[in-house]
Design a protein around this ligand. Structure first.
Ligand SMILES: [Zn+2]
Length: 596
């Protein structure tokens, strides 16, 4: 489950349960909590008695459940073992996982569903830029440590600069120094002041006056919140701009009377990873296809800054997140294949044969739904013929006391309510979330106008920590959920292609954003600005006339180059304030008036 998006989900879905667990620094740093979330939950206490079964049927059921449980133990045991090293997208651990999944589908005689008939769909994850190995900085011939002592701002010009400098003097043809202190102190009460934007103006001015580079530090007590953001897509400055950490300034003894000699080179490299979705297919020659998906990637050793764990390097096994869902897709594939192979009788309509099935194990989910997004942009079946999508993310922790099973997306088709309620596998307390948007891959399909369901047993203290382990999986509970999902699919059989309905999302506010605009940002967009994947009905963006696909480039006086700058800009507004939002729509540029 994607953690930056999950924050908002948590706030809206389990305020009492989870607030204690989820207040990490990392959340404040990423601040991606823009996703507007769901409508009030309906609690259906569906623990109506399980229908009386004949002795024989009951025995068969028990035997079937035993097989599912044993398979889950085998699959989850392997997927969450240390040998897969946390299944991080684009690593050797991912490679091992996809080979394992390929073999598992092949053993079930379920053929590939990708274009090359190899089970694998390859895609790239663009992680932005980072200073390359040729970046260096020497002050008075002493080499400084990149990242620890200094970093070039991501919008810095690349190139080499050498020369004498003076902290106090700003002379043409030499590097200049700039202390953030005065600006921070004089703007302490201005909510519209953004240190990095201010710095861009200073760099522009310095370059115009003949500076060859800008060396930035902050001698104030107040933090300037400047850090290296590889996803920054601001316009590149005319001169190299380097930021010194407080530690480096102390170490070098830099003060207003210093005249250091500077030698530096700034160069960036782009960080890209190749990741893989695994796709298998059951083709019943039906006019429509059901997609059953679960992401298999997880956090590796936590290198991507999306772990809540702060200790020494440790493998994040992700038994619940999402070996549980991955194993469930394999089991559902096996069961659906078995059931759709049974010939029809007069009594029984041949269930499971009125749809084709695509089983997709996504990668890149933990980094921002990359795999599902890539699939929906490069589908291997005609998306207009997709009946619906079922997403399974974290179903391994069913609580035996609360029996709480969350189902998201229930409002995405008018038929879901009936289909969900007529399932006879019960003994759950359902938490029904109507919204089609959420913290996992179903969101990518919902954005394409496809009905979705999202199954989830809830967050826990081991979420995105190395302790999300196999020993904590409730196998009997997961078995019951698989039976339930199977019944949901069976209940939808013969109903044709389900109608799609857009759901009403509303933002719950949130701890970080004072105001929201009501778009679902495209986390994978790599152009300049923030692209709206969807515009939520009834929210400021929609009222202002924004449309899905619009790229926001400016909010009031703030230029929006990426998600970070977007959030910074949005945080400077108060509820009730109005401003101009500039968007790119195709080749057009539009200015719209938005009221928060
Ligand atoms: Zn996750």
């Amino acid at each position: 489950m994607h953690f930056a998006i999950v924050i908002k989900y948590i706030i809206s879905t389990c305020a009492t349960l989870c607030t204690a667990i989820f207040v990490p620094k990392i959340v404040r740093k990423l601040k991606h909590s823009l996703i507007a979330l769901p409508v009030a939950f309906i609690f259906l206490n569906a623990s109506n008695p399980i229908h009386a079964q004949s002795g024989r049927k009951k025995k068969d059921q028990q035997k079937g459940d035993g097989i599912i449980t044993a398979n889950l133990q085998r699959y989850i045991g392997l997927l969450a073992s240390d040998s897969l090293e946390g299944r991080r997208a684009g690593t050797a651990g991912e490679d091992k996982t996809i080979n394992y999944l390929k073999t598992a589908y092949a053993q079930l005689s379920i053929p590939p569903g990708d274009e090359d008939k190899n089970y694998i769909q390859v895609f790239e994850i663009d992680e932005g830029k980072l200073p390359s190995s040729s970046t260096y900085l020497k002050i008075n011939e002493e080499a400084l440590q990149k990242n620890e002592d200094y970093f070039p701002l991501p919008w810095s010009k690349e190139g080499t600069v050498k020369g004498a400098s003076s902290v106090a003097l700003q002379e043409t043809g030499s590097p200049w120094w700039y202390d953030m202190k005065d600006a921070l102190e004089s703007n302490a009460n201005d909510p519209h002041f953004i240190a990095e934007d201010h710095l861009k103006d200073i760099a522009k001015d310095a370059a115009a006056k003949g500076a060859t580079a800008l060396m930035v530090f902050n001698s104030a007590k107040k933090s300037d919140s400047i850090s290296f953001n590889g996803k920054d897509r601001s316009t590149v400055s005319a001169i190299p701009v380097i930021y010194f950490t407080k530690k480096a300034i102390r170490k070098l003894g830099i003060s207003s009377v210093s005249s250091p000699y500077i030698e530096t080179a700034v160069a960036f490299t782009s960080k890209k990873r190749t990741a893989h979705n695994v796709i298998a297919s059951i083709d019943n020659g039906a006019p429509q296809t059901i997609i059953i998906g679960a992401h298999f990637d997880h956090l590796g050793y936590g290198e991507d800054d999306n772990s809540f764990y702060k200790g020494d390097s440790a493998i994040h096994n992700g038994a619940d997140d999402n070996a549980s869902g991955t194993a469930a897709t394999l089991e559902l594939a096996r069961l659906i294949k078995e059931k759709s192979a049974v010939p029809s009788t007069k009594k029984k309509h041949n269930n499971f044969r009125s749809n084709n099935y695509l089983f997709i194990n996504f990668s890149g989910e933990e980094l921002g739904l990359y795999g599902s997004k890539y699939f929906t942009e490069h589908p291997t079946v005609d998306l207009s013929k997709v009946n619906y999508m079922i997403n399974i993310d974290m179903i391994g922790r069913l609580s035996d006391s609360s029996k709480l099973l969350t189902i998201g997306g229930a409002g995405t088709s008018p038929l879901w309510s009936d289909i969900l309620q007529t399932a006879t596998v019960t003994d759950f307390n359902f938490k029904i979330d109507s919204s089609g948007a959420g913290p996992s891959d179903h969101t990518s399909f919902y954005s394409k106008g496809i009905p979705v369901l999202f199954f989830f047993t809830g967050l826990h203290a081991d979420y995105h920590r190395p302790t999300d382990d196999v020993s904590k999986i409730n196998y009997a509970g997961e078995t019951r959920i698989i039976n339930y999902i199977l019944q949901v699919i069976e209940n939808s059989d013969g109903k044709g292609k389900l109608a799609f309905t857009k759901t009403r999302e509303h933002s719950t506010g949130g701890e970080r954003l004072k105001v929201t605009i009501g778009i679902m940002p495209d986390y994978t967009f790599s152009g300049q600005g923030v692209r709206a994947d969807a515009v939520i009905d009834g929210r400021p963006a929609q009222k202002a006339g924004l449309q899905a696909g619009d790229v926001i480039t400016q909010l009031g006086s703030h230029s929006v180059t990426d998600l970070e700058s977007y959030i910074r800009a949005i945080n400077t507004f108060e509820k009730g304030q109005s401003t101009t939002v500039t968007v790119k729509r195709g080749n057009e540029q539009k200015e719209l008036q938005v009221t928060f």
